[in-house]
Design a protein around this ligand. Structure first.
Ligand code: ADP
Ligand code: MG
Length: 380
């Protein structure tokens, strides 16, 4: 579908000279198949957005700069063409589609580009039916764009990008402003587009963990001009941005690396890792006990009645969605946070009875990350 040969791109300074000595993209060579779902990743500022823009003519047409090499789409070289030459070939969706919307309602937005390209009315109607079904927009066609959620707006932007017949879709961090549900739905739609409709999808993302299990390949924009593409498990030798699941596998020496939570779980059960002891408390020593612990803030119950025990030399992962009560639980255990009712005992003592200094030795927290380290218990 796409073949890139010796692609080199440099931004220019306002005075017209090349921005940096090293080009932003330097002699990039790679191929992408029809229907391939590609994750585009790399450290911030490495050139992911630049790479996507080089594929649809926005770079250099809109950004300025110098480009050379070959950009073959279905065998035809499009390098140096204007963005409108790509209109029915490549759809482009960015992080905040509402900034790029031209119409007021969902239907008008979806059909706009097809009307500009003078696609016959009947064909447009058929495509609207197909796309609204595919993107779960059927009940929303009359809605004002301004009233949609971020996830719904992204789905409209994807429909608008595909209506002119594009079989390649470029998305620049489309889920970064979405909540987990919105992001999950957009991701499952992208997967369906690739697998069922043979759309070639290139998705730039920095929240890699969410996507890794869904993509066919990973393309890394390294920041030194080089771009590499390969299987997800082979592409994260650069520790600067490897997602936690990859880092876990690397530290535990898993080969090949696990790229999904399900796979990591399986490996873990088959061969659990052993941890180095951190404290004198043995695994059978009861270190922390919470009984019917409840935390309420006014009408909001942050923690329903919870009872559990934590033993020495164990690391417990505390998990939950945003706002589910993780920090409230940690602070209630540590003693300085709200405890509405219930009992907490740390090595036989109520942490609220300890002096602030002694409590400090139990915990270590900040506004952005609450890391509570109790003797032989670490909750993060
Ligand atoms: P990423 O998307 O990976 O965060 P970008 O492609 O946005 O990275 O940026 C890569 C580099 O190119 C950065 O150093 C950035 O400052 C520079 N850059 C991006 N856009 C422009 C532009 N229009 N003109 C000049 N330099 C730019
Ligand atoms: Mg970017």
């Amino acid at each position: 579908m796409i073949e890139i040969k010796n692609l080199t791109f440099s931004y220019l300074r306002p005075d017209g000279t090349q921005k940096s000595e090293e080009p932003q993209l330097s002699r990039v060579n790679l191929k992408i198949l029809p229907g391939e779902f590609v994750l585009v990743c790399g450290p911030t500022g490495s050139g992911k957005s630049t790479f996507l823009k080089a594929l649809n003519g926005l770079a250099p047409s809109f950004t300025g700069g110098v480009i050379s090499g070959q950009l073959l789409i279905n065998g035809v070289d499009y390098l140096g063409r204007e963005p409108h030459d790509f209109a029915n070939l490549i759809g482009y969706v960015n992080q905040q589609p509402e900034g790029a919307f031209v119409a007021d309602t969902v239907l008008d937005e979806i059909v706009y580009s097809a009307e500009q390209l003078a696609i016959p009315k009947e064909e447009i109607a058929n495509k609207v039916e197909w796309l609204s079904k595919l993107l779960n927009l059927e009940g929303l066609l009359d809605q004002a764009l301004a009233n949609l959620s971020g996830g719904q707006q992204q789905r409209v932007a994807i429909a608008a990008a595909l209506i002119s017949g594009a079989k390649i879709l470029l998305l620049d961090e489309p889920t970064s402003a979405l909540d987990l549900d919105g992001a999950t739905e957009v991701l499952s739609i992208l997967k369906k587009l690739a697998k069922e409709e043979s759309v070639t999808v290139l998705l730039a993302e920095h929240r890699i963990s969410r996507v890794l299990g869904s993509v066919d390949s990973v393309l890394v924009v390294h920041g030194d001009g080089s771009v590499t593409k390969g299987k997800p498990e082979d592409q994260f030798n650069d520790a600067r941005f490897a997602p936690p699941i990859i880092e876990l596998g690397q530290r535990l020496g898993w080969k090949p690396l696990a790229i999904s939570n399900a796979e990591a779980n399986k490996r873990w059960i088959e061969a659990p890792a052993t941890f180095q002891a951190l404290s004198a408390n043995q695994p059978h020593n009861l270190v922390l006990k919470a009984e019917e612990l409840v935390v309420s803030f006014g009408n909001v119950q942050a923690l329903k009645s919870s009872s559990f025990e934590l033993f020495g030399n164990q690391i417990t992962a505390l998990m939950g969605d945003n706002g589910s009560g993780k920090s409230s639980l940690c602070w209630a255990l540590q003693g300085s946070g709200t405890r509405t009712s219930g009992v907490v005992s740390v090595l036989g003592q109520d942490p609220r009875d300890l002096s602030p200094q002694a409590r400090l030795s139990l915990s270590h927290g900040s506004a952005t990350s609450c890391r509570l380290t109790l003797p032989s218990v670490a909750c993060r």
